[in-house]
Every structure is written in structure tokens, then in C-alpha cells.
Ligand binder design. Sequence first.
Ligand SMILES: [Zn+2]
Length: 313
Amino acid sequence: MILGVVAVAAATLTVNAPVVAAWWYAQRFDLDADRLPATDPFVEGDRVLVVSPHPDDEALCCGGAIQLAHEAGAEVWIVHVTSGDGFELDALVVEATLRPRGAALIALGHTRMREALAAAAILGVAEERVLFLGFPDRGLRDVYRLHMDTDTPYRSPFTLRSQVVYESALEPGTPFTGAHLLRSMRDVFDRVHPTVVLAPTPLDGHPDHRTVGELVLRVLGERGELGAGRWWIVHGDAQWPLPKGVHMRSPLFPPLRARHLPWTRLDLEHRHVEVKLASIRAHDSQVRLLRRYLESFAKRNELFSPLPLAPPR
Ligand SMILES: [Zn+2]
């Protein structure tokens, strides 16, 4: 437990650290957002589904895109696959619990779902269009890979539960198996009928994000709608995005980890970036720990790839 907290604290320091200058990183690896083509615009009648592994990803990846979609006359839904109930250091700070397990982490999950609704309201997404699946934070890979062809559900080492515990989730009581996760995601698609899906690329650095990317890819493939996917990344490299902190007029360039994706650039006006920043800050439990990292996503563009993975080179 102590080691775990030390590890999370070290990771927290790393992602907030102001040590590496953005220009150095960009020059070194020849990264340039301005050379990228523009993202296809949203159009009236679009039904946009933002697939968010944890509460805060929707604001980080897509806080600007959501505003532009609304302005174009589209409808926007957000689905949070987990409720962010696996962040021990967070529970330690926010819920003031020394050994965060079980109830303290479920309480954190409730806090993060409330924050997600506040962030959505700032972005103009009504509460009834924010869906929660309630699957386990930091457990999606095991749920999807190890508990797919079995009736034995995954047990979260954080909440100590094996099924969805949140009453406000789409399907409370759903066991943590891969088949149920897949079914829940199919249900979301059947409910929303999205024409555009904003989802994490399976190249993202976080295992939950990668798993959500694979899951969305599978459901889109089943529906014959792979063209609806626009793929984003939040966990790039340890020092991405740069510069850290509030730099709303700086560009967001692709991280090294996914530099071979065919990225497009969604330009935001300054007013969009300000609203995006406010939506990020609505995730108060996260901002208390990771402020400079989270704020660094409020830049003058967002990045989306029409392909989830890099084409052969
Ligand atoms: Zn996340």
C-alpha cells in the first residue's frame, strides 16, 4: 500500500513536472500541429458520441469538439465507461481515508460522476445525455481479456466489488465480465445511434483507454460503421502535452507514441478554449492532484485521427 502510494505520488510529480520545454520536444521530434489538415467539420443532424474511459477524459480530449458540434447543430452524448474509482491517492486526499479500499473508493466514484455532470453542463451536454457504465477503473483490460469467456466476474481490488454498484449507472448490478462490457457498449450504440464517435486510440498509454479503444473498434466494426470513428489520445508520452499548465494559445501537437497516426487538427476559438478549461476544472478531485497536467490540454486545437491505428509504412 505504502509502495503503491509512493508510486502514484511519483507518477503525479512526473506528469505535473515543468522540466522539459515544449519547443525542445517539438523541435527534437519535428512535431508541428500547424502542418496537419483540418478535421472534418460536424454538420447539422450529427449524433456525436464521446466515449470516455474515466470522468475527465471527455473534457481533455473533446471539450472543444463538443462545443463545435453543438454550434453546428449536432447532438452530443457522453458515455463514461468507468467512474474513476481506482485512484488510491485521490481517495486518500479527497475522501481523507488512509487505506482507501471499498467504500472510500465507491464514494470517490460518486464524487467523480457528480463532477462529470458538472463538466458536461459547462459544455452544454444535458444530464440525460451523460451515461455511466460503472465498470472498474484500472480493471478494463482484465475484464475484457481475462474475463471475456467466463461467468466469473473480475473483482476490483479497489472497490472490492464484482458488479456495477452505482444506482445512476445505465445497468446497475451488471457483472464485470468482458461479455457484459461488450453488451453494455452495444446498448449505448443502440440507444444513441451515433454518426460520429470520438474514442481513444488503442495506442493510448493507459490500459483502460486502450481497452476502450479496442471495444469501440469492435462495436463499430460489427455495425459496419468504422468510418464514424474519430480517435483521440490523452496518455501520450510522460511529458506530453507541453507546455504544462495554462497555455491556451499554444498548439497541441501529436505525442511521439502515436505520431504515425494520420492526425487532423480541430481549431478552437479562444472562447472555446476558455470553456474547455472550465470543464476540465470541474473535475475538482483530479485538478487537486494533477492541475498542471490537466490544464495543459486546454490548447488552441484538439487532435483527431480518422484511423484508430497507424497505416502500414
Ligand atoms: Zn482516463
